[in-house]
Ligand binder design. Structure first.
Ligand SMILES: Cc1cc2nc3c(=O)[nH]c(=O)nc-3n(C[C@H](O)[C@H](O)[C@H](O)COP(=O)(O)O)c2cc1C
Length: 404
């Protein structure tokens, strides 16, 4: 099979970490798969592996300086315009921080700011650095920009510690680059509507009924759909996440607001993916002033919220694909299949809530069911990986392949 990397222009950024030696193998793999590779190194990277190594392996001069040879050689603007994919492996905490802040103070970071192509980052650093709030925030910001990530992996570190932060194996970096290129443009011309997060049902100006949905799963789906070329409308309940780049964000609070936004956007959506955790009930009345503490016991009367998904199922246009999520603590398969049938869905993603997966965290496990039964079990994976698996299935379904 021809690799998606064949005949592609790859920019490989190498930064200053111990794992820089692994990038030599990344260059070799890219070339073996038919890509042309230009290596851009930071000054620190050149302390770990010489530019000569990368020049010899890539067959092109490895570039390190923004200013040297500016007139004669290819500038950062030309480099960025020609690239089909920009892979940074290894990516230091420093480079990740600079990219998240838009800092452009050397050839690599300046070129990164100028590219329009898909960007893949392979972080590599000590586990305590990787665990730092700054690095976590910066990675989240880059995910929001639509950057892809390969790794990092868990394992022993060069410094003797053990944990998360090792650069992924060169073969995994190459595979991630292939996947990004293969999927780019897959959903071009399609509109995908995604819902995410909780809905909050107000009782008074300071209190509400909500749920623990963080919005991470829906945001990962929206990000992946946008990355694959879809026009994405993301209807989101209140969350503290950076909206993915390029999506049309519609912020809502309550189930009623979400219903109105979803119904408006669903009219021209080719696929609707309902990952939001919509509150089933809302307080019957909302007090405009803060409810005062009084009796030892009190009662809040709840009324049912509209079933947004069922409403969409009833009005579904021919060719429109409707995907629901079923967050379940028990009887997952039975409940998910019943929901799929009752709401006239094409696909349902059942995910267990509790333990290491589901609400809040970064991991999830999706069991996908179509009308004819079980389609796929992702196992416990990151929400980004779960989103990729889900969109692979949705893409097949939109191609007219049956959802078996
Ligand atoms: C021996 C050694 C190993 C290092 N390994 C890493 C690493 O794996 N990841 C990282 O983020 N920084 C690492 N650093 C620190 C970076 O080299 C430093 O932050 C530098 O400013 C990064 O520059 P750059 O991002 O421009 O390449 C290491 C430093 C030394 C001296």
């Amino acid at each position: 099979m021809i690799s998606p990397l064949a005949n592609k222009e790859v920019l490989l950024g190498v930064t200053g970490g111990i794992a820089a030696y692994k990038s030599a193998e990344v260059v070799r793999l890219f070339r073996e798969k038919g890509a042309s590779v230009t290596v851009v190194m930071t000054e620190s990277a050149a302390r770990f592996v010489t530019p000569l190594t990368f020049s010899a392996l890539s067959g092109r001069p490895a570039r390190t300086n923004l200013f040297d040879g500016y007139d004669a050689a290819i500038s950062h603007i030309e480099l960025s315009a020609k690239a089909d994919i920009f892979v940074v492996a290894p990516a230091t905490a420093n480079l990740i921080g600079k990219a998240a802040s838009g800092i452009a103070d050397d050839l690599l970071s300046t070129t990164l700011l100028a590219v329009k192509c898909p960007v893949l980052i392979a972080p590599a650093m000590n586990c305590r650095m990787y665990d730092s709030p700054a690095v976590k925030r910066n990675i989240e910001t880059l995910r929001g920009f639509g950057y892809g990530f390969a790794g990092p992996d868990e394992g022993p570190m060069a410094c003797g510690e053990y944990g998360w932060g090792r650069m992924s194996a060169p073969s995994a970096v190459a595979e991630a680059a292939e996947a990004m290129l293969a999927h780019a443009g897959q959903f071009a011309g399609k509109t995908v509507l995604v819902t995410a997060g909780p809905t909050l049902e107000d009782m008074d100006p300071v209190r509400f009924i909500g749920n623990r949905s963080s919005g991470r799963m829906g945001y990962a789906v929206a990000r992946e759909a946008a990355r694959r070329g879809a026009r994405v409308v993301l209807v989101s309940g209140p969350v503290s996440l950076v909206p993915p780049a390029g999506v049309e964000l519609v912020s809502v609070r309550s189930a009623l607001e979400m219903e109105a936004a979803v119904n408006a956007a669903a009219k021209d959506a080719d696929a609707v993916i309902m990952a939001a955790a919509v509150s089933d009930y809302r307080p019957e009345t909302v007090s405009h002033t803060k409810i005062k503490k009084g009796a030892d016991e009190t009662t809040v009367r709840l009324v049912k919220n509209p079933d947004i998904l069922a409403g969409l199922g009833k009005r579904k246009r021919p060719g429109q694909l409707l995907v629901g999520f079923a967050a379940e603590t028990d009887d997952q398969e039975k409940n998910a299949k019943a929901k799929l049938k009752a709401k006239r869905l094409d696909l349902i993603a059942a995910n267990p809530v509790g333990g290491e997966t589901g609400f809040g965290g970064d991991l999830n496990r999706l069991r996908l069911y179509g009308r004819a039964g079980h389609l796929l079990d992702t196992g416990v994976v990151t929400k980004a990986e779960a989103a990729r698996a889900l969109l692979d299935v949705i893409f097949d379904a939109m191609q007219g392949l049956s959802l078996k």
